[in-house]
Ligand binder design. Structure first.
Ligand code: SF4
Length: 91
């Protein structure tokens, strides 16, 4: 695991740091796999942030705001009917 300080590319104010800590290897994986690692709902999505899921969009926006990365490994998001939105990825 490689953790380094990298440029905070989402810095918007003087209060925010110029650099943030990052796991460089996970950053690369995240670009390939996106935040919701195992959810089929994100498959074949060319738009960012993950338009088929409003919660994924919120996660994405939180990450952009704070220059952070989250890997989602469990999900209990439901739609208006109470149905789970998570779609297990095919193996
Ligand atoms: S249902 Fe859950 S795992 Fe799937 S895209 Fe939405 S937030 Fe991510």
């Amino acid at each position: 695991m490689t953790i380094e300080k990298v440029v905070n590319k989402y810095k918007k104010s003087e209060k925010q740091p110029n650099e943030v800590w990052a796991n460089i290897e996970m950053d690369e994986l995240r670009r390939k796999e996106c935040l919701c690692l195992n959810c089929e709902r994100t498959k074949n999505v060319v738009e960012i942030p993950y338009s088929p899921c409003p919660v994924a969009k919120q996660i994405y926006e939180l990450c952009v705001k704070n220059d952070m990365a989250i890997a989602i490994t469990r999900c209990g998001v439901t739609n208006d009917l109470g149905t789970l939105m998570y779609v297990p990825r095919e193996k």
